[in-house]
Design a protein around this ligand. Structure first.
Ligand code: SAH
Length: 590
Protein backbone atom coordinates (compact mmCIF):
# COMPACT_ATOMS: atom_id res chain seq x y z
CA UNK A 1 0.00 0.00 0.00
CA UNK A 2 1.32 3.46 -0.85
CA UNK A 3 1.86 6.04 1.86
CA UNK A 4 2.03 9.19 -0.19
CA UNK A 5 3.65 11.36 2.49
CA UNK A 6 6.32 8.83 3.50
CA UNK A 7 9.92 9.01 2.40
CA UNK A 8 11.34 5.52 2.04
CA UNK A 9 15.00 5.53 2.99
CA UNK A 10 17.09 2.57 1.79
CA UNK A 11 20.20 2.00 3.88
CA UNK A 12 22.01 -1.30 3.68
CA UNK A 13 25.47 -0.30 4.89
CA UNK A 14 26.70 0.96 8.23
CA UNK A 15 27.28 4.49 6.93
CA UNK A 16 23.99 4.49 5.10
CA UNK A 17 22.17 3.53 8.27
CA UNK A 18 23.74 6.29 10.32
CA UNK A 19 22.93 8.80 7.59
CA UNK A 20 19.37 7.43 7.53
CA UNK A 21 19.18 8.15 11.26
CA UNK A 22 20.03 11.76 10.55
CA UNK A 23 17.21 12.00 8.02
CA UNK A 24 14.92 10.34 10.51
CA UNK A 25 15.68 12.87 13.19
CA UNK A 26 15.26 15.74 10.72
CA UNK A 27 11.86 14.44 9.53
CA UNK A 28 10.64 12.13 12.31
CA UNK A 29 7.12 11.69 10.99
CA UNK A 30 7.99 11.11 7.36
CA UNK A 31 10.92 8.74 7.17
CA UNK A 32 10.40 4.98 6.86
CA UNK A 33 13.64 3.04 6.73
CA UNK A 34 14.28 -0.06 4.62
CA UNK A 35 17.34 -1.74 6.03
CA UNK A 36 17.12 -5.34 4.79
CA UNK A 37 20.19 -6.98 3.28
CA UNK A 38 19.06 -7.03 -0.35
CA UNK A 39 19.24 -3.47 -1.55
CA UNK A 40 17.36 -4.03 -4.82
CA UNK A 41 14.36 -5.60 -3.15
CA UNK A 42 14.28 -2.99 -0.41
CA UNK A 43 14.37 -0.27 -3.06
CA UNK A 44 11.56 -1.80 -5.07
CA UNK A 45 9.43 -2.11 -1.91
CA UNK A 46 10.02 1.53 -1.01
CA UNK A 47 9.28 2.55 -4.59
CA UNK A 48 5.97 0.72 -4.45
CA UNK A 49 4.95 1.86 -1.00
CA UNK A 50 6.25 5.41 -0.43
CA UNK A 51 5.64 8.86 -1.86
CA UNK A 52 9.38 9.50 -2.29
CA UNK A 53 12.58 7.50 -2.03
CA UNK A 54 16.07 8.28 -0.78
CA UNK A 55 18.60 5.51 -1.38
CA UNK A 56 22.09 5.34 0.03
CA UNK A 57 23.13 3.46 -3.09
CA UNK A 58 25.09 3.99 -6.28
CA UNK A 59 22.99 5.51 -9.06
CA UNK A 60 23.79 2.54 -11.30
CA UNK A 61 22.60 -0.01 -8.73
CA UNK A 62 19.39 1.95 -8.18
CA UNK A 63 18.69 2.23 -11.91
CA UNK A 64 19.18 -1.50 -12.43
CA UNK A 65 16.92 -2.36 -9.53
CA UNK A 66 14.16 0.01 -10.57
CA UNK A 67 14.26 -0.42 -14.35
CA UNK A 68 11.72 -3.29 -14.43
CA UNK A 69 9.22 -1.43 -12.25
CA UNK A 70 9.38 2.05 -13.75
CA UNK A 71 5.98 3.38 -14.75
CA UNK A 72 4.59 6.81 -15.49
CA UNK A 73 6.79 9.72 -14.44
CA UNK A 74 3.80 11.59 -13.02
CA UNK A 75 2.78 8.65 -10.86
CA UNK A 76 6.15 7.18 -9.84
CA UNK A 77 7.71 8.51 -6.63
CA UNK A 78 10.80 10.70 -7.05
CA UNK A 79 14.10 8.94 -6.26
CA UNK A 80 17.25 10.51 -4.83
CA UNK A 81 20.52 8.56 -4.51
CA UNK A 82 23.25 9.52 -2.06
CA UNK A 83 26.79 8.21 -2.29
CA UNK A 84 28.58 6.43 0.57
CA UNK A 85 30.76 9.46 1.29
CA UNK A 86 27.63 11.61 1.62
CA UNK A 87 28.99 14.11 -0.88
CA UNK A 88 26.22 14.11 -3.45
CA UNK A 89 22.44 13.86 -3.34
CA UNK A 90 21.52 13.00 -6.91
CA UNK A 91 17.99 13.56 -8.18
CA UNK A 92 17.70 10.36 -10.25
CA UNK A 93 13.99 10.15 -11.02
CA UNK A 94 11.10 12.59 -10.94
CA UNK A 95 13.24 15.74 -10.82
CA UNK A 96 10.36 17.99 -11.75
CA UNK A 97 7.96 16.05 -9.56
CA UNK A 98 9.66 16.73 -6.27
CA UNK A 99 12.97 14.93 -6.88
CA UNK A 100 15.05 18.07 -7.33
CA UNK A 101 13.55 19.63 -4.23
CA UNK A 102 14.04 16.42 -2.27
CA UNK A 103 17.70 16.27 -3.38
CA UNK A 104 18.14 19.83 -2.10
CA UNK A 105 16.51 18.99 1.23
CA UNK A 106 18.50 15.81 1.71
CA UNK A 107 21.67 17.67 0.78
CA UNK A 108 20.77 20.35 3.33
CA UNK A 109 20.38 17.82 6.14
CA UNK A 110 23.50 15.80 5.27
CA UNK A 111 25.77 18.65 4.22
CA UNK A 112 26.01 17.14 0.72
CA UNK A 113 25.73 18.91 -2.63
CA UNK A 114 22.49 18.45 -4.59
CA UNK A 115 23.11 17.13 -8.10
CA UNK A 116 20.40 18.26 -10.49
CA UNK A 117 20.48 17.15 -14.10
CA UNK A 118 17.11 18.27 -15.45
CA UNK A 119 17.95 20.65 -18.29
CA UNK A 120 16.11 23.76 -17.21
CA UNK A 121 17.50 23.72 -13.70
CA UNK A 122 21.08 22.67 -14.21
CA UNK A 123 22.30 25.98 -15.58
CA UNK A 124 20.32 28.08 -13.17
CA UNK A 125 21.26 26.61 -9.86
CA UNK A 126 23.23 29.46 -8.34
CA UNK A 127 23.95 27.65 -5.09
CA UNK A 128 22.19 29.37 -2.22
CA UNK A 129 24.82 28.62 0.39
CA UNK A 130 27.49 30.54 -1.51
CA UNK A 131 25.26 33.18 -3.08
CA UNK A 132 27.15 36.48 -3.01
CA UNK A 133 30.11 34.82 -1.27
CA UNK A 134 32.58 36.48 -3.63
CA UNK A 135 31.18 39.84 -2.55
CA UNK A 136 31.65 38.91 1.09
CA UNK A 137 28.06 37.93 1.90
CA UNK A 138 27.48 35.74 4.92
CA UNK A 139 24.41 33.64 5.65
CA UNK A 140 22.76 34.68 8.91
CA UNK A 141 21.33 31.23 9.67
CA UNK A 142 22.01 28.16 7.56
CA UNK A 143 18.98 26.13 8.69
CA UNK A 144 16.54 27.67 6.19
CA UNK A 145 18.89 27.01 3.23
CA UNK A 146 17.38 23.58 2.59
CA UNK A 147 13.68 24.54 2.58
CA UNK A 148 14.32 27.73 0.60
CA UNK A 149 16.51 25.80 -1.88
CA UNK A 150 13.78 23.21 -2.19
CA UNK A 151 11.17 25.92 -2.89
CA UNK A 152 13.40 27.37 -5.61
CA UNK A 153 14.12 24.01 -7.20
CA UNK A 154 10.48 23.04 -7.29
CA UNK A 155 9.67 26.34 -9.02
CA UNK A 156 7.56 27.82 -6.24
CA UNK A 157 7.47 31.65 -6.03
CA UNK A 158 10.27 33.03 -3.90
CA UNK A 159 10.46 36.66 -2.92
CA UNK A 160 13.74 38.54 -3.09
CA UNK A 161 14.17 41.56 -0.81
CA UNK A 162 17.18 43.81 -0.59
CA UNK A 163 17.93 47.22 0.85
CA UNK A 164 20.65 48.00 -1.70
CA UNK A 165 21.39 46.67 -5.18
CA UNK A 166 24.45 44.38 -5.19
CA UNK A 167 26.09 43.07 -8.36
CA UNK A 168 24.79 39.53 -7.95
CA UNK A 169 24.26 36.66 -10.37
CA UNK A 170 20.69 35.75 -11.24
CA UNK A 171 18.79 33.34 -9.05
CA UNK A 172 16.36 30.87 -10.55
CA UNK A 173 13.60 32.90 -12.24
CA UNK A 174 11.13 31.78 -9.54
CA UNK A 175 12.96 34.21 -7.22
CA UNK A 176 12.03 37.78 -7.93
CA UNK A 177 11.68 41.10 -6.20
CA UNK A 178 8.26 41.29 -7.87
CA UNK A 179 6.87 38.24 -6.05
CA UNK A 180 4.23 39.67 -3.69
CA UNK A 181 4.87 38.79 -0.04
CA UNK A 182 1.50 37.07 0.31
CA UNK A 183 2.19 34.54 -2.44
CA UNK A 184 5.83 33.85 -1.58
CA UNK A 185 6.65 30.29 -0.51
CA UNK A 186 10.04 31.43 0.73
CA UNK A 187 12.04 34.61 1.17
CA UNK A 188 15.59 35.63 0.32
CA UNK A 189 16.83 38.82 1.93
CA UNK A 190 19.98 40.84 1.46
CA UNK A 191 20.30 43.29 4.30
CA UNK A 192 22.72 44.72 6.81
CA UNK A 193 19.92 44.89 9.35
CA UNK A 194 19.89 42.32 12.12
CA UNK A 195 17.59 39.32 11.64
CA UNK A 196 14.30 39.20 13.48
CA UNK A 197 13.67 36.22 15.68
CA UNK A 198 12.93 33.28 13.42
CA UNK A 199 9.44 32.76 14.84
CA UNK A 200 8.40 36.11 13.39
CA UNK A 201 8.75 34.93 9.83
CA UNK A 202 5.83 33.41 8.02
CA UNK A 203 7.85 31.49 5.43
CA UNK A 204 11.36 30.00 5.39
CA UNK A 205 13.78 32.88 4.99
CA UNK A 206 17.46 32.99 4.13
CA UNK A 207 19.09 36.26 5.13
CA UNK A 208 22.39 37.32 3.60
CA UNK A 209 24.43 40.00 5.30
CA UNK A 210 26.49 41.99 2.81
CA UNK A 211 29.74 43.64 3.95
CA UNK A 212 28.31 47.14 3.85
CA UNK A 213 29.24 48.59 7.24
CA UNK A 214 32.41 50.15 8.60
CA UNK A 215 32.76 50.89 12.30
CA UNK A 216 34.91 53.91 13.19
CA UNK A 217 36.39 54.11 16.69
CA UNK A 218 38.52 56.39 18.77
CA UNK A 219 39.63 55.93 22.35
CA UNK A 220 41.67 57.39 25.16
CA UNK A 221 45.06 55.73 25.67
CA UNK A 222 44.59 52.49 27.59
CA UNK A 223 40.82 52.20 27.15
CA UNK A 224 39.70 48.61 27.78
CA UNK A 225 38.66 46.31 24.94
CA UNK A 226 35.49 45.52 26.89
CA UNK A 227 34.48 49.17 27.00
CA UNK A 228 35.23 49.76 23.31
CA UNK A 229 33.59 46.51 22.21
CA UNK A 230 30.58 47.15 24.41
CA UNK A 231 30.13 50.63 22.94
CA UNK A 232 30.25 49.23 19.39
CA UNK A 233 27.90 46.33 20.13
CA UNK A 234 25.33 48.65 21.68
CA UNK A 235 25.62 51.12 18.81
CA UNK A 236 24.97 48.35 16.28
CA UNK A 237 22.21 46.73 18.31
CA UNK A 238 20.32 49.96 18.96
CA UNK A 239 20.46 50.85 15.28
CA UNK A 240 19.25 47.35 14.41
CA UNK A 241 22.40 46.61 12.40
CA UNK A 242 23.94 43.17 11.87
CA UNK A 243 27.50 42.78 13.19
CA UNK A 244 28.04 40.24 10.34
CA UNK A 245 27.77 43.15 7.90
CA UNK A 246 30.76 44.95 9.39
CA UNK A 247 33.65 44.68 6.95
CA UNK A 248 36.25 46.75 8.81
CA UNK A 249 36.97 48.64 11.97
CA UNK A 250 38.67 51.94 11.16
CA UNK A 251 40.64 54.31 13.36
CA UNK A 252 43.32 56.97 13.24
CA UNK A 253 47.03 56.16 12.81
CA UNK A 254 48.05 57.20 16.31
CA UNK A 255 45.81 54.38 17.58
CA UNK A 256 47.47 51.76 15.38
CA UNK A 257 48.85 49.98 18.45
CA UNK A 258 45.97 50.71 20.82
CA UNK A 259 45.54 47.39 22.62
CA UNK A 260 41.83 47.83 23.46
CA UNK A 261 40.88 48.71 19.88
CA UNK A 262 42.89 45.87 18.36
CA UNK A 263 41.48 43.31 20.74
CA UNK A 264 37.87 44.50 20.33
CA UNK A 265 38.28 44.08 16.55
CA UNK A 266 39.96 40.70 16.83
CA UNK A 267 37.29 39.32 19.11
CA UNK A 268 34.68 40.21 16.52
CA UNK A 269 36.69 38.90 13.57
CA UNK A 270 37.08 42.32 11.98
CA UNK A 271 40.08 43.73 10.18
CA UNK A 272 41.52 47.01 11.42
CA UNK A 273 42.11 49.85 9.00
CA UNK A 274 44.32 52.71 10.16
CA UNK A 275 44.04 56.11 8.49
CA UNK A 276 46.34 59.14 8.78
CA UNK A 277 44.97 62.01 10.89
CA UNK A 278 45.51 64.43 8.00
CA UNK A 279 43.25 62.32 5.79
CA UNK A 280 40.55 62.20 8.47
CA UNK A 281 40.74 65.98 8.88
CA UNK A 282 39.46 66.34 5.28
CA UNK A 283 36.27 64.37 5.93
CA UNK A 284 33.14 66.39 6.63
CA UNK A 285 31.38 65.08 9.72
CA UNK A 286 28.25 66.06 11.67
CA UNK A 287 29.95 66.04 15.10
CA UNK A 288 33.45 67.56 14.99
CA UNK A 289 35.35 68.31 18.19
CA UNK A 290 37.87 71.10 18.76
CA UNK A 291 39.39 69.22 21.68
CA UNK A 292 40.18 66.23 19.46
CA UNK A 293 41.51 68.53 16.73
CA UNK A 294 43.90 70.17 19.17
CA UNK A 295 45.07 66.80 20.43
CA UNK A 296 45.59 64.72 17.24
CA UNK A 297 45.08 67.04 14.30
CA UNK A 298 41.64 65.94 13.12
CA UNK A 299 38.30 67.16 14.47
CA UNK A 300 36.83 63.67 14.20
CA UNK A 301 38.13 60.15 14.58
CA UNK A 302 35.17 57.74 14.78
CA UNK A 303 32.88 59.40 12.24
CA UNK A 304 35.67 60.45 9.89
CA UNK A 305 37.40 57.04 9.97
CA UNK A 306 34.13 55.18 9.36
CA UNK A 307 33.19 57.45 6.45
CA UNK A 308 36.65 57.48 4.95
CA UNK A 309 37.17 53.71 5.08
CA UNK A 310 33.67 53.03 3.75
CA UNK A 311 34.16 55.51 0.95
CA UNK A 312 37.48 54.14 -0.29
CA UNK A 313 37.96 53.73 -4.06
CA UNK A 314 35.47 56.49 -4.71
CA UNK A 315 32.50 54.62 -3.25
CA UNK A 316 29.56 56.56 -1.92
CA UNK A 317 29.14 56.23 1.83
CA UNK A 318 27.03 57.79 4.57
CA UNK A 319 26.79 57.68 8.33
CA UNK A 320 24.43 55.01 9.62
CA UNK A 321 25.14 55.72 13.30
CA UNK A 322 26.49 59.12 14.38
CA UNK A 323 29.19 59.38 17.05
CA UNK A 324 28.37 57.72 20.37
CA UNK A 325 30.53 58.03 23.45
CA UNK A 326 31.40 56.05 26.51
CA UNK A 327 33.77 57.32 29.22
CA UNK A 328 36.92 56.57 27.19
CA UNK A 329 35.81 55.73 23.66
CA UNK A 330 33.81 56.92 20.67
CA UNK A 331 32.20 54.90 17.92
CA UNK A 332 30.29 55.60 14.71
CA UNK A 333 29.08 53.42 11.84
CA UNK A 334 29.14 54.22 8.12
CA UNK A 335 27.31 52.38 5.36
CA UNK A 336 28.81 52.08 1.90
CA UNK A 337 26.93 51.81 -1.35
CA UNK A 338 27.87 48.81 -3.44
CA UNK A 339 29.09 49.42 -6.95
CA UNK A 340 27.99 47.70 -10.10
CA UNK A 341 30.41 45.44 -11.92
CA UNK A 342 31.29 45.45 -15.57
CA UNK A 343 33.12 42.41 -16.96
CA UNK A 344 34.71 42.82 -20.37
CA UNK A 345 34.69 39.30 -21.70
CA UNK A 346 36.38 38.02 -24.85
CA UNK A 347 34.96 34.64 -25.85
CA UNK A 348 37.92 33.62 -28.01
CA UNK A 349 37.78 32.92 -31.74
CA UNK A 350 34.88 30.47 -31.77
CA UNK A 351 35.41 26.93 -30.49
CA UNK A 352 34.09 26.66 -26.98
CA UNK A 353 37.19 24.94 -25.62
CA UNK A 354 39.17 28.02 -26.61
CA UNK A 355 37.02 30.17 -24.34
CA UNK A 356 38.70 30.73 -20.99
CA UNK A 357 36.97 29.07 -18.02
CA UNK A 358 37.12 32.49 -16.40
CA UNK A 359 35.10 33.94 -19.26
CA UNK A 360 32.45 31.28 -18.70
CA UNK A 361 32.49 32.03 -14.98
CA UNK A 362 31.86 35.70 -15.76
CA UNK A 363 28.90 34.76 -17.95
CA UNK A 364 27.45 32.88 -14.99
CA UNK A 365 28.37 35.69 -12.66
CA UNK A 366 26.46 38.35 -14.62
CA UNK A 367 22.78 39.14 -14.35
CA UNK A 368 22.90 41.21 -17.54
CA UNK A 369 24.79 40.15 -20.67
CA UNK A 370 25.27 42.68 -23.47
CA UNK A 371 26.61 41.85 -26.92
CA UNK A 372 26.21 41.45 -30.62
CA UNK A 373 23.46 38.95 -31.55
CA UNK A 374 25.88 36.51 -33.18
CA UNK A 375 28.10 36.26 -30.09
CA UNK A 376 25.12 35.97 -27.78
CA UNK A 377 23.89 33.04 -29.86
CA UNK A 378 27.28 31.43 -29.33
CA UNK A 379 26.81 31.37 -25.55
CA UNK A 380 23.06 31.50 -24.96
CA UNK A 381 22.94 27.91 -23.74
CA UNK A 382 25.52 28.75 -21.07
CA UNK A 383 23.62 31.61 -19.48
CA UNK A 384 21.85 31.02 -16.23
CA UNK A 385 18.09 31.24 -16.35
CA UNK A 386 17.04 34.66 -15.22
CA UNK A 387 19.96 36.38 -16.99
CA UNK A 388 18.80 39.45 -18.90
CA UNK A 389 20.19 39.51 -22.43
CA UNK A 390 20.61 42.81 -24.26
CA UNK A 391 21.35 42.11 -27.92
CA UNK A 392 22.29 44.65 -30.53
CA UNK A 393 23.21 44.64 -34.19
CA UNK A 394 26.46 45.28 -36.04
CA UNK A 395 27.65 48.84 -36.12
CA UNK A 396 26.02 49.79 -32.82
CA UNK A 397 29.24 49.69 -30.81
CA UNK A 398 28.74 52.97 -29.04
CA UNK A 399 25.19 52.18 -28.03
CA UNK A 400 26.28 48.74 -26.83
CA UNK A 401 29.09 50.21 -24.74
CA UNK A 402 26.81 52.86 -23.25
CA UNK A 403 24.13 50.31 -22.40
CA UNK A 404 26.60 48.04 -20.63
CA UNK A 405 28.07 50.90 -18.60
CA UNK A 406 24.62 52.29 -17.73
CA UNK A 407 23.46 48.87 -16.47
CA UNK A 408 26.56 48.59 -14.28
CA UNK A 409 25.96 52.10 -12.96
CA UNK A 410 22.52 50.91 -11.81
CA UNK A 411 24.40 48.39 -9.66
CA UNK A 412 24.08 45.25 -11.76
CA UNK A 413 26.72 42.64 -12.60
CA UNK A 414 27.10 43.10 -16.33
CA UNK A 415 29.12 41.13 -18.89
CA UNK A 416 29.90 42.85 -22.17
CA UNK A 417 30.90 40.11 -24.56
CA UNK A 418 32.68 39.93 -27.89
CA UNK A 419 34.74 37.53 -29.94
CA UNK A 420 38.47 37.03 -29.60
CA UNK A 421 39.82 39.41 -27.01
CA UNK A 422 37.57 42.19 -25.71
CA UNK A 423 40.40 44.69 -25.89
CA UNK A 424 41.51 44.02 -29.49
CA UNK A 425 39.49 46.08 -32.00
CA UNK A 426 36.53 45.48 -29.73
CA UNK A 427 34.27 46.74 -26.97
CA UNK A 428 36.65 47.27 -24.06
CA UNK A 429 37.92 50.67 -25.12
CA UNK A 430 34.57 52.26 -26.05
CA UNK A 431 33.15 50.95 -22.77
CA UNK A 432 36.00 52.34 -20.69
CA UNK A 433 35.67 55.64 -22.51
CA UNK A 434 32.22 55.99 -20.94
CA UNK A 435 32.85 54.30 -17.59
CA UNK A 436 33.55 56.44 -14.55
CA UNK A 437 35.14 55.35 -11.28
CA UNK A 438 31.66 54.58 -9.94
CA UNK A 439 31.74 50.99 -11.21
CA UNK A 440 34.14 48.09 -10.81
CA UNK A 441 35.61 46.77 -14.04
CA UNK A 442 37.16 43.37 -14.64
CA UNK A 443 38.61 42.07 -17.87
CA UNK A 444 38.95 38.48 -19.05
CA UNK A 445 41.59 37.91 -21.74
CA UNK A 446 40.47 36.04 -24.84
CA UNK A 447 42.40 34.39 -27.64
CA UNK A 448 42.49 36.95 -30.41
CA UNK A 449 41.99 36.03 -34.08
CA UNK A 450 45.65 36.49 -35.05
CA UNK A 451 46.82 34.11 -32.33
CA UNK A 452 44.15 31.52 -33.14
CA UNK A 453 45.03 31.77 -36.86
CA UNK A 454 48.78 31.61 -36.21
CA UNK A 455 48.44 28.11 -34.79
CA UNK A 456 46.64 26.92 -37.90
CA UNK A 457 49.35 28.39 -40.12
CA UNK A 458 52.49 27.34 -38.23
CA UNK A 459 54.51 29.75 -36.11
CA UNK A 460 54.28 33.10 -37.92
CA UNK A 461 54.42 35.23 -34.76
CA UNK A 462 57.79 33.96 -33.52
CA UNK A 463 59.30 37.40 -33.70
CA UNK A 464 58.14 41.04 -33.60
CA UNK A 465 54.78 41.61 -35.19
CA UNK A 466 52.19 44.33 -35.67
CA UNK A 467 48.41 44.30 -35.81
CA UNK A 468 46.84 46.61 -38.36
CA UNK A 469 43.13 46.99 -39.01
CA UNK A 470 42.42 47.77 -42.64
CA UNK A 471 39.01 49.23 -41.86
CA UNK A 472 39.00 52.88 -42.81
CA UNK A 473 35.43 53.42 -41.66
CA UNK A 474 36.59 55.20 -38.49
CA UNK A 475 40.30 55.68 -39.22
CA UNK A 476 41.41 57.80 -42.19
CA UNK A 477 43.28 55.77 -44.84
CA UNK A 478 46.27 58.14 -44.56
CA UNK A 479 46.82 57.04 -40.96
CA UNK A 480 46.56 53.37 -41.92
CA UNK A 481 48.93 53.94 -44.83
CA UNK A 482 51.50 55.58 -42.53
CA UNK A 483 51.48 52.57 -40.27
CA UNK A 484 51.74 50.19 -43.21
CA UNK A 485 54.90 51.98 -44.38
CA UNK A 486 56.31 51.94 -40.86
CA UNK A 487 55.57 48.22 -40.41
CA UNK A 488 57.07 47.51 -43.84
CA UNK A 489 60.24 49.43 -43.05
CA UNK A 490 60.43 47.98 -39.55
CA UNK A 491 60.23 44.48 -41.07
CA UNK A 492 57.44 43.33 -38.75
CA UNK A 493 55.28 40.31 -39.43
CA UNK A 494 51.91 41.99 -39.97
CA UNK A 495 48.44 40.75 -38.98
CA UNK A 496 45.58 42.36 -40.87
CA UNK A 497 42.22 42.53 -39.12
CA UNK A 498 39.06 43.64 -40.98
CA UNK A 499 40.99 42.97 -44.20
CA UNK A 500 38.28 43.14 -46.82
CA UNK A 501 34.56 43.59 -47.21
CA UNK A 502 32.28 43.96 -50.20
CA UNK A 503 32.53 47.73 -49.96
CA UNK A 504 36.23 47.81 -49.06
CA UNK A 505 38.00 45.70 -51.67
CA UNK A 506 41.04 47.80 -52.61
CA UNK A 507 42.63 48.24 -49.19
CA UNK A 508 44.12 44.75 -48.83
CA UNK A 509 45.87 44.71 -52.26
CA UNK A 510 47.19 48.20 -51.55
CA UNK A 511 48.48 47.13 -48.12
CA UNK A 512 50.17 44.06 -49.62
CA UNK A 513 51.75 46.26 -52.31
CA UNK A 514 53.26 48.54 -49.65
CA UNK A 515 54.72 45.58 -47.74
CA UNK A 516 55.99 44.15 -51.05
CA UNK A 517 58.20 47.19 -51.52
CA UNK A 518 60.29 45.99 -48.59
CA UNK A 519 60.24 42.19 -48.72
CA UNK A 520 60.77 39.48 -51.31
CA UNK A 521 57.95 38.07 -53.49
CA UNK A 522 58.23 34.61 -51.88
CA UNK A 523 57.54 36.05 -48.38
CA UNK A 524 55.02 33.68 -46.76
CA UNK A 525 51.46 34.94 -46.35
CA UNK A 526 48.87 32.98 -44.42
CA UNK A 527 45.23 33.63 -43.93
CA UNK A 528 42.54 31.87 -41.95
CA UNK A 529 38.84 32.32 -42.47
CA UNK A 530 36.67 31.51 -39.44
CA UNK A 531 39.57 30.35 -37.31
CA UNK A 532 38.44 27.82 -34.68
CA UNK A 533 34.93 27.75 -36.11
CA UNK A 534 33.13 24.96 -37.96
CA UNK A 535 33.97 26.10 -41.47
CA UNK A 536 37.56 27.07 -40.76
CA UNK A 537 39.82 27.41 -43.82
CA UNK A 538 43.57 28.07 -43.63
CA UNK A 539 45.82 28.91 -46.56
CA UNK A 540 49.61 29.36 -46.68
CA UNK A 541 50.77 31.14 -49.82
CA UNK A 542 53.21 33.88 -50.89
CA UNK A 543 53.11 37.62 -51.16
CA UNK A 544 53.49 37.34 -54.93
CA UNK A 545 50.51 34.97 -55.27
CA UNK A 546 48.42 37.29 -53.08
CA UNK A 547 49.33 40.27 -55.26
CA UNK A 548 48.30 38.31 -58.34
CA UNK A 549 44.67 37.81 -57.39
CA UNK A 550 45.17 35.49 -54.39
CA UNK A 551 43.30 37.80 -52.02
CA UNK A 552 39.91 37.09 -53.63
CA UNK A 553 38.51 34.75 -50.97
CA UNK A 554 39.57 36.97 -48.06
CA UNK A 555 36.60 38.59 -46.32
CA UNK A 556 35.56 40.08 -42.96
CA UNK A 557 35.72 36.65 -41.30
CA UNK A 558 39.37 36.35 -42.24
CA UNK A 559 42.62 37.43 -40.66
CA UNK A 560 45.69 37.77 -42.91
CA UNK A 561 49.29 37.35 -41.73
CA UNK A 562 52.22 38.56 -43.85
CA UNK A 563 55.71 37.38 -42.92
CA UNK A 564 58.78 39.52 -42.26
CA UNK A 565 61.79 39.18 -44.55
CA UNK A 566 63.04 36.38 -42.26
CA UNK A 567 59.82 34.31 -42.38
CA UNK A 568 59.93 31.05 -44.37
CA UNK A 569 57.75 28.16 -45.36
CA UNK A 570 58.93 24.92 -43.76
CA UNK A 571 57.10 21.71 -44.74
CA UNK A 572 54.12 23.79 -45.79
CA UNK A 573 54.08 25.72 -42.51
CA UNK A 574 54.58 29.46 -42.10
CA UNK A 575 57.48 30.02 -39.67
CA UNK A 576 59.06 33.23 -38.45
CA UNK A 577 62.39 32.40 -36.77
CA UNK A 578 63.11 33.71 -33.30
CA UNK A 579 66.13 35.42 -34.87
CA UNK A 580 68.75 37.32 -32.94
CA UNK A 581 71.39 34.87 -31.83
CA UNK A 582 68.90 32.43 -30.40
CA UNK A 583 70.49 29.24 -31.80
CA UNK A 584 74.12 30.22 -31.32
CA UNK A 585 73.36 31.49 -27.79
CA UNK A 586 71.97 28.09 -26.91
CA UNK A 587 75.12 26.46 -28.20
CA UNK A 588 77.44 28.66 -26.17
CA UNK A 589 75.84 27.95 -22.81
CA UNK A 590 78.73 26.35 -20.92
N1 SAH B 1 38.13 41.21 -30.87
C1 SAH B 1 38.37 40.39 -32.04
C2 SAH B 1 38.61 41.22 -33.29
C3 SAH B 1 37.41 41.97 -33.75
S1 SAH B 1 37.70 42.85 -35.27
C4 SAH B 1 39.57 39.49 -31.76
O1 SAH B 1 40.30 39.75 -30.79
O2 SAH B 1 39.78 38.54 -32.51
C5 SAH B 1 36.95 41.76 -36.41
C6 SAH B 1 37.99 41.10 -37.28
O3 SAH B 1 38.69 40.13 -36.52
C7 SAH B 1 37.44 40.33 -38.46
O4 SAH B 1 37.19 41.17 -39.57
C8 SAH B 1 38.57 39.37 -38.76
O5 SAH B 1 39.60 40.00 -39.43
C9 SAH B 1 39.08 39.06 -37.36
N2 SAH B 1 38.49 37.83 -36.79
C10 SAH B 1 37.76 37.74 -35.68
N3 SAH B 1 37.47 36.45 -35.42
C11 SAH B 1 38.04 35.71 -36.38
C12 SAH B 1 38.11 34.31 -36.66
N4 SAH B 1 37.52 33.41 -35.86
N5 SAH B 1 38.79 33.92 -37.75
C13 SAH B 1 39.40 34.81 -38.56
N6 SAH B 1 39.37 36.14 -38.34
C14 SAH B 1 38.69 36.59 -37.28
Amino acid sequence: MSESGAIGVIAVTERGRSAADRLQSAWPDRVRTFTGERAGEELRSAFAECGAVVAFLAVGAAVRALAPVLGDKHADPPVVCVDEALQHAVAVLGGHHGGNALAAEVAGVLGAAPVITTASDAASAAPLDSYGADLGFTVADTAPLAPVGAALLSGRPVRLEYDQVWPLPPLAPGASAQTPPESAAALLRVTDCAVQRSGDQQVPTVTYHPPSLVVGVGSARGAAAEEIGGLIDTALAEAGLAPQSVRTLATVDVKADEEGILRAAEERGWQVRVLPAAELAEVEVPNPSDVVRAEIGTPSVAEAAALRAAGQDGRRAELAVAKRKSANATAAVARLHPRGRLALVGLGPGARDLTAPRALAELHRASVVVGLDQYLDQVRDLLRRGTRVVASGLGQEEERARTAVAEAQQGAAVALIGSGDAGVYAMASPALDFAGDDIDVVGVPGITAAVAAAHRLGAPLGHDHAYISLSNLHTPWEAIERRLHAAAEGDFTVCFYNPRSRRRAWQLPEALRILGEHRPPDTPVGYVRNAARDDERAVVTTLEAMLNGGAEDVDMYTVVLVGSSASRTVAGRFVTPRGYTWNSAAETVP
